[in-house]
Write a protein that binds this ligand. Structure first.
Ligand SMILES: [Zn+2]
Length: 278
């Protein structure tokens, strides 16, 4: 599901989605995505209550059911909040109206994924709890225009606790700040309309982000630049209304150094597939 998002999202950004994916193809994509929806069983109480949303693929061997309305519970056959997030984006990119999305079931599951301290788990019972999944839960709530699955105050407080002595955002409390988690935290706050309340020091955060540009962007101080932080930190700066302070010429030159002649990008100039072109 996530790979589909990178492909469809990139084609869309390039203005090539309609050119490269036929109407028939789009319908097949949409059917495949809906076949990955984990739905309520209809039983009371519902054993699927905390597992609804979208799974990453049909890895569990489920049969192909794009028009399913119920889904009997199978242990370990669960949605994952990152896949629910990318499934909804994929559907919107493909022009679907989300009419087959069971919105209520997804919101109910998000309510179960949010923890006492405001953090969010990716699947029910998972111990892999960090700011990536707060972002996904906020994005899903924003897309579905229903925030009843999230306690906005507690989430804002939690993101506040993720800000380190550098004023940027870490994955979990007391950890080192990082470009990826900074994007997740800043974007989640923006989606909740809580940037003002949730940032400890906006100007210092902007300064931290800008200082990560060495040609391309690095994810943390003293690390090498990596293509992905052009997005994570670039997008954070955009949300913080400071992208105009980025040296775009340097950034573009770095990105092009990482691109292979057939089109793919490595994370840096020495990584596959960029490296094989020289
Ligand atoms: Zn990276």
């Amino acid at each position: 599901m996530t790979l589909a998002f990178f492909c469809l999202g990139a084609l869309s950004l390039l203005g090539e989605l309609d050119e490269q994916v036929t109407t028939e193809n789009k319908k097949d994509w949409i059917d495949w995505i809906y076949a990955q929806q984990v739905l309520p069983t209809g039983q009371i109480p519902d054993p699927n209550e905390a597992y609804c949303g979208f799974r990453g693929s049909s890895w569990s061997g489920r049969k192909f059911e794009p028009t399913a309305t119920t889904c009997s519970f199978q242990h370990y056959d669960s949605s994952h909040i990152a896949n629910t997030y990318t499934a909804l984006l994929n559907l919107l990119l493909l022009g679907d109206d989300l009419s087959r999305v069971n919105r209520q079931a997804i919101i109910k599951t998000i309510r179960k994924l949010q923890q006492e301290d405001g953090s969010v788990a990716p699947t029910y019972g998972s111990l892999e709890i960090d700011v990536r999944f707060i972002f996904c839960a906020c994005a899903v709530s924003f897309i579905l225009n229903d925030w009843s699955g999230i306690d906005i105050e507690r989430t804002t407080d939690h993101i506040k606790r993720l800000q380190s002595y550098e004023y940027a955002i870490a994955q979990c409390p007391n950890q080192e700040a990082h470009g990826g988690s900074t994007f997740c935290g800043v974007a989640a706050l923006a989606l909740m309309n809580k940037l003002k309340e949730g940032l400890v020091d906006k100007d210092k955060l902007i300064e931290w982000c800008l200082q990560r540009q060495v040609s391309g962007f690095q994810g943390r101080p003293n690390k090498s630049p990596d293509v992905c932080y052009g997005f994570w930190i670039g997008a954070s700066l955009d949300i913080l209304e400071s992208f105009t302070l980025v040296n775009c010429q340097e950034l573009k030159a770095f990105l092009l150094e990482c691109q292979h002649k057939i089109g793919g990008f490595g994370k840096d100039p020495d990584s596959f597939p960029g490296k094989i072109s020289r």
